[in-house]
Write a protein that binds this ligand. Sequence first.
Ligand code: KG4
Ligand code: ZN
Length: 365
Amino acid sequence: MTQGLTVLGLESSCDDTAAAIVRQTPGVHAEILSSVIFGQTDLHAAFGGVVPELAARAHAEKLDICVKQALDDSGLTFADLDAIAVTAGPGLIGGVMSGVMCAKGISAATGLPLIGVNHLAGHALTPRLTDGVAFPYLMLLVSGGHCQYLLVRGQDDFTRLGGTIDDAPGEAFDKTARLLGLQQPGGPSVEAEALMGDPNAIRFPRPLLDRPDCNMSFSGLKTALLRARDQIVAEKAGLTRQDRANLCAGFQQAVVDVLAEKTRRALRIYMEIGPSDPVVAVAGGVAANQAIRSALLTVCAEAGATFVAPPLKLCTDNAAMIAYAGLERFRTGVQDDLTLTARPRWPLDQHSPSLIGSGRKGAKA
Ligand code: KG4
Ligand code: ZN
């Protein structure tokens, strides 16, 4: 790359419509020139989850506006861009199609090269965008729809070391909040309650810790929470504030312990390849959790690895990560054309066997 590259990215695979422009100049950190996100939380609030048809329609309505705002915010026009990158999967198919169609339209009208990006690659490459992390690094993707450990050796070279076989931790946090009458999204509410609780008052299971691999399971924790709640209600004819805090603290501690131990195991595998400057990075909404962050920080410190947590707005769904992942692909000569298709499932690691389970927010890969 002798000259800088400027790429427009589009994201519409779940419930955020986003557009962003990222520029990389040789020898300089990548720069986010603009990043626009239209969330759909209110649209789906009454349904207790994302409604795919409503999401797709809202994406189709908002994408043009997002693109225009991203251009305006950066002070650029299409003529200043080198390529357009778009999430081509995995995700809710209607939303992914909306994005791919929009990107194809722009590409056909402007002649800009089109690059299809795997949404998970966007998350997995974010530490390079934010912190310039060098390959190979270990990535923990942990959100409402995903939970997996990835060994990232190159912009298109991912090995999945393990992942959830059922729910993602974010789903478990959200369900816990629902069962205890706390606000959605559940993660922040449960974390706040947990601060006032005793993590040892009620014992929760640590699923799959007895297995030596890096796979995880979180659906049993929801059932355990339901049982514990009902038992307290049956014994005391209701839940006190302290009971609720104890339930949150016990549940969160179980998630923390599982993630810490499985990270330890993933780290052992990663360290065997002998990285000169070992890095463990996180992405996804659950990475906002302070108890999880501090446990991961401790695990990394024990192993002599650096812990990298991008700013939260880049850990959750956004288009800057898609623009950046597209930029990395484009730089290595990868390019798509108007035959690019939207894919509901698209595992980053094509070689590892697929994990069972599919989450509230779409297919897990
Ligand atoms: O990455 P994200 O914005 O969206 C996807 O899932 O794709 O993650 C949202 C998830 C929700 O399930 C939310 O409850 C969870 O991340 N979350 C948290 C916290 N903040 C958000 N979970 C635990 N602790 C938090 N502080
Ligand atoms: Zn995501």
